[in-house]
Design a protein around this ligand. Structure first.
Ligand SMILES: [Zn+2]
Length: 221
């Protein structure tokens, strides 16, 4: 309730805009109606190794890609819009699970400094406001810069992420059920590698939720 009030006041100063087309929208809206109708929402989960459940809100295509650009450019209303969609997944698919906390996919520190923020942290913060599930930013760290996964072959992708992530305070994840958050799932390798790291260090269940995912079926053609 307080959060809605904060958004209402912020909207008076910085009116909310649709993260796809930039039109003004209501302060509780994620997208304008027209852009929302064009989003290709998903109904099915998919498999990611070491993850107990993986799901995305929609297919990554030209209808949603401007919002991903907004998210990585200045952020705008995109973190909130993406958090609304992911919070709906939590309500719909994980309602019977006990979730201890949310962890965003980390960025390498120089990449984060260049952008000024980690967009996944912004999304995770918004999800915490909406769902009441706390987030933790001080558990998983990216300790090595890696080339983009989509530029590599399947075998290169596996070795590319080897030892790219590390845990701090591993005792904090012992037996904990964790939601891992990313904006876009391209190959699933990053989420799988972090899930593996968390499970090998004693985490309970891992749920990987992302806003978009590439169309795997089209990719394999
Ligand atoms: Zn729009």
């Amino acid at each position: 309730m307080i959060y809605k009030y904060i958004r209402f006041v912020l909207d008076l100063i910085y009116p909310s805009r649709c993260p796809v087309c930039g039109d003004f929208i209501g302060y509780t809206d994620d997208f304008c109606q027209k852009c929302r109708e064009n989003i290709n929402f998903l109904e099915e989960s998919f498999d990611i190794q070491y993850s107990d459940f993986s799901m995305s809100v929609c297919i990554y295509d030209e209808n949603i890609s401007p919002a991903v650009f907004t998210l990585k450019d200045k952020g705008g209303n995109a973190p909130y819009a993406f958090a609304i969609g992911i919070s709906e997944l939590i309500k719909k698919y994980l309602v019977s699970e006990h979730i201890d906390f949310i962890i965003p996919v980390p960025m390498y520190k120089s990449d984060k400094a260049k952008r000024g923020y980690n967009q996944c942290e912004l999304i995770a913060s918004e999800i915490s406001h909406i769902s009441g599930i706390p987030h933790k930013f001080n558990i998983v760290f990216k300790i090595r810069k890696t080339p983009h996964q989509k530029e590599l072959s399947k075998n290169e992708r596996k070795s590319n992420l080897k030892n790219a992530f590390a845990l701090k305070n591993p005792e904090k994840i012992s037996g904990k059920n964790i939601i891992l958050i990313d904006d876009v799932c391209t190959t699933g390798s990053t989420l799988s590698e972090i899930s593996r790291l968390l499970k090998n260090n004693g985490a309970g269940k891992i749920f990987c939720l992302t806003y978009c995912r590439t169309d795997f079926l089209k990719l394999s053609k």
